[in-house]
Design a protein around this ligand. Structure first.
Ligand code: ADP
Length: 439
């Protein structure tokens, strides 16, 4: 920089050296100084105009550059231009690769801005949702896709579960729609749409199969049970007694399995329960705990305690909630040794209403916990069978709680005990002031 300053000073001095002697000879020194400065400034004016022209034209600025300070300006401008050209090239290469990648993805991708208008979509979005970009840019997503419940789904900040419905582009295709918020304050949303027809049909076939088999088995079983009951009323020879008892027990077991399988099928196929009916959970729990107490008394020595918030009701399907809560409370008696302390709590907890069934039983090994809600998964198969378990109870519970927008959480520690929590969103609760306290 100092070098350029020296050059500029030398240029000014050179100009003065030329003009001042002439001015001296003509007795016009002041005018000659002015002329010298003007000549020096006109050089800057020239380069300044040239610079404006170069910037405006966006042309290359090739060497040779002027030897003065303008040389530095031109050189830096040229370097800046080549750098930004390189950046542009990289950016356009990246954009074209991004376009290629997003075009080859079989899932539909749609970017929504904060108010829910379409900003961009990949070609698969056109096949699955009839959304084409740039045609549909700036159109509200819900104006483009008319699907019951979609508006509510997009408004709800909890996108943990996908939404499934037939594709508006082809009704034979079933799609799953998932939303991921991103950007500043997570105001923008990426909608990912996937074709799940195969999985859906496979699941449907499995559900139909299980449901049909269960229905088909029910009739012969009813006949067998009927005959067994008739037989039981007659006198039996001693050697017939044991086979008869075993047959009766196994028929009962089969009946329980079929009933549980049919319950699961009904839960899987049915629509979510209407959230209109208020259910008096405190009363419901009193009834269940009373029944569980009978079993506990038979097994012996249990301490069964119930702590409920009497003002807390839930909107839901009473029979389903009864079935889910019974399963958990009876499990606590069935799968723990006599003498175990069992506590059933129904209360508000943070933003949720929670039913907690905790026991100080022998607990469950950590590795089993994630699998407990699978159908027929039992920690100890033999023991579960002996106690009349089907291995379907927790699968039913999980389904019922899910259908009520809730979550089943299980925690357990060996030799310490287990805790099963059904957490429901607060918007499903009702605050009832109960006049008569529940016994
Ligand atoms: P089951 O018909 O065997 O009770 P579930 O689906 O209800 O089937 O439960 C699955 C398994 O989870 C049970 O077989 C048992 O091993 C375990 N389990 C459930 N509840 C408890 C509990 N409170 N304590 C210990 N183990 C439990």
């Amino acid at each position: 920089m100092r070098q350029y300053l020296k050059i500029e000073i030398s240029h000014l001095l050179g100009s003065l050296l030329i003009f001042i002697p002439v001015g001296y000879l003509l007795h016009q020194i002041a005018a000659s100084i002015l002329l010298a400065v003007a000549a020096y400034m006109s050089k800057h004016g020239y380069y300044l105009v040239k610079l404006a022209y170069l910037i405006n034209q966006d042309t290359r600025i090739d060497p040779p550059y002027p030897a003065d300070i303008w040389g530095l300006v031109y050189k830096e401008l040229s370097r800046f231009r080549s750098r930004s050209r390189k950046r542009k090239r990289t950016l356009s290469r990246f954009a074209s690769r991004f376009r290629k990648v997003t075009s080859s993805i079989p899932d539909g991708l749609i970017l929504l801005n904060k108010p829910g208008f379409i900003e961009w979509a990949n070609p698969a979005a056109n096949q699955l949702l009839n959304i084409s970009w740039p045609r549909d840019e700036n159109i509200a997503f819900t104006d483009r896709i008319k699907q019951e419940g979609l508006n509510e789904y997009l408004m709800n900040p909890d996108y943990s579960r996908p939404m499934e419905f037939p594709s508006p582009a082809n009704k034979a295709v079933v799609i799953s729609l998932r939303v991921t918020p991103f950007g500043g304050k997570k105001a923008q949303r990426l909608v990912v749409v996937r074709n799940i027809t195969e999985v859906y049909n496979l699941n449907q076939t499995r559900r139909d199969f299980v449901s049909n088999v269960s229905h088909e088995l029910r009739t012969p079983l009813t006949v067998i049970t009927g005959f067994l009951e008739n037989l039981g009323e007659n006198e039996m020879l001693p050697f017939q007694k044991r086979p008869f008892t075993l047959m009766h027990q196994q028929a009962e077991r089969m009946n329980s399995i079929i009933n549980d399988l049919l319950t699961l099928s009904r839960l899987e196929m049915g629509v979510a329960p209407s959230a209109e009916k208020p259910v008096a959970i405190p009363e419901l729990l009193v009834r269940i705990v009373d029944q569980a107490q009978l079993l506990a008394d038979q097994k012996g020595g249990y301490t069964l305690t119930l702590e409920v918030d009497n003002t807390l009701w839930l909107l839901g399907e009473e029979s389903e909630l009864m079935s889910a809560f019974s399963n958990l409370i009876f499990n606590a008696v069935i799968h723990t040794p006599p003498g175990t302390e069992i506590l059933v709590t129904w209360k508000r907890q943070e933003n949720e209403a929670c039913l907690i069934v905790s026991d100080k039983g022998s607990g469950i090994e950590q590795r089993h916990i994630p699998r407990l809600t699978e159908r027929f998964y039992r920690v100890d198969k033999a023991r579960s069978r002996q106690s009349g378990g089907t291995g379907l109870g927790l699968a039913i519970v999980k389904h019922i709680i899910g259908r009520h927008d809730g979550e089943l959480r299980i925690s357990s520690q060996l030799e310490v005990g287990s805790k099963f929590t059904c957490a429901f969103p607060v918007n499903l609760t009702l605050d009832k002031t109960v006049e008569e306290p529940i016994e």
